[in-house]
Write a protein that binds this ligand. Structure first.
Ligand code: FM0
Length: 325
């Protein structure tokens, strides 16, 4: 009763920001992402009648009780589905540099959902897998698929219509995402906490919900038409709107640092000088720059000159989940 799987991380082009059900991880808005080739998680799961508890190893080290408890509550959903009450040994290798500002939870729960369901004998399609991965971390639902992906929010209370769907495969449109790591000092507000506080207290949240519906329409159309300029503009504007909601929260917070703003301004200057580059930012200070393959070298060179830039990781569109032997 053993299986292993690999899943890649993804970057949101139109952000998931807020839950309508915290237990089932149902979002208040749909989101769109690009799965990336460079960063991924490989996980093997072995259910074993000899075990009386789950054992979780991350990068070869046994995880503490708190981390293991998260995995156990996730696996409980799969145990209930399969009708089997076996515990498992989970081995996970993360190839995601945390400092680069990518959440390893997206690739982590996508790989875990894929390996665990297979190991326990469930034969599920990708849509169903995305629903299971979603219940570990919302953004993990999108990492089941490669390329350009939409996670649709659904309307139902049980989450049965809430899953990810591919929009365009990773081979169909070659864009680049440059992950720009900046020097940081402040402590992190996790996206889970940040989105909850924003939903509950920010007067700007209703404006976000209204705007994101329009941004989704624009982004879907831009991806289907492979219209880079249209996509870039909506991606950048959507990220700014998400971050604006945090300024209205109580207590207010912001993910940006001065280094973040320096990179944003450099990207806008590049654009003013005729280079097509657009930024997006997740729940942290690092910046991701979206560009065409032919502009990648030039943009990297320019951004590297900023003293606040520590490292740049260039990424390409990446594949969805795969099973490992
Ligand atoms: O990825 O509480 O998935 O759409 O990265 O685990 O469901 O870590 F910028 C923020 C990701 C949020 C946008 O949140 O939250 C996005 C964000 P969980 P996640």
């Amino acid at each position: 009763m053993k299986a292993a799987a690999k899943a890649h991380t993804n970057i949101a082009l139109i952000k998931y920001w807020g839950k309508r059900d915290e237990q089932l991880f149902l979002p208040t808005n749909s989101s769109i992402s690009l799965t990336l080739d460079k960063f991924y998680t490989e996980t093997s799961v072995a259910f074993d009648p000899e075990l009386d508890t789950d054992q979780f190893f991350l990068n070869g080290q046994q995880a503490d009780q708190k981390e293991t408890a998260k995995i156990t509550s996730f696996l409980d959903r799969i145990r209930i589905m399969s009708g089997k009450s076996l515990y498992a040994k989970i081995d996970s290798e993360n190839h995601v540099p945390t400092a680069a500002g990518f959440a390893s939870s997206a690739s982590g729960f996508a790989a875990l959902a894929t390996a665990a369901t297979k190991a326990i004998g469930l034969d599920l399609d990708d849509r169903k897998l995305s629903q299971i991965a979603r219940q570990g971390s919302g953004s993990a639902s999108r990492s089941i698929f490669g390329g350009y992906v939409e996670w649709q929010k659904g309307e139902k209370n049980d989450g049965s219509d809430c899953y990810a769907l591919p929009i365009l495969g990773e081979q169909a449109w070659d864009l680049r995402i440059l992950s720009v790591e900046v020097t940081t000092k402040e402590k992190k507000i996790l996206s889970r906490e940040g989105m909850k506080r924003t939903v509950e207290t920010s007067p700007f949240y209703s404006g976000w919900l209204e705007a994101v519906e329009k941004d989704l329409i624009t982004a879907r159309a831009a991806i289907k038409a492979t219209d880079f300029e249209k996509l870039g503009h909506v991606v950048e504007a959507n990220a700014l709107k998400m971050h604006a909601t945090t300024l209205g929260a109580n207590p207010p917070f912001m993910y940006w640092q001065s280094a973040t703003v320096e990179v944003l301004q450099e990207v806008q200057e590049l654009r003013a000088s005729g280079v097509e580059a657009y930024f997006t930012i997740d729940a942290g200070p690092n910046v991701k720059v979206l560009c065409k393959p032919e502009d990648e070298a030039k943009i990297m060179e320019k951004l590297s000159l900023l003293p606040v830039v520590r490292e740049i990781h260039p990424c390409r569109p990446g594949p969805g989940i795969s099973y490992l032997s």
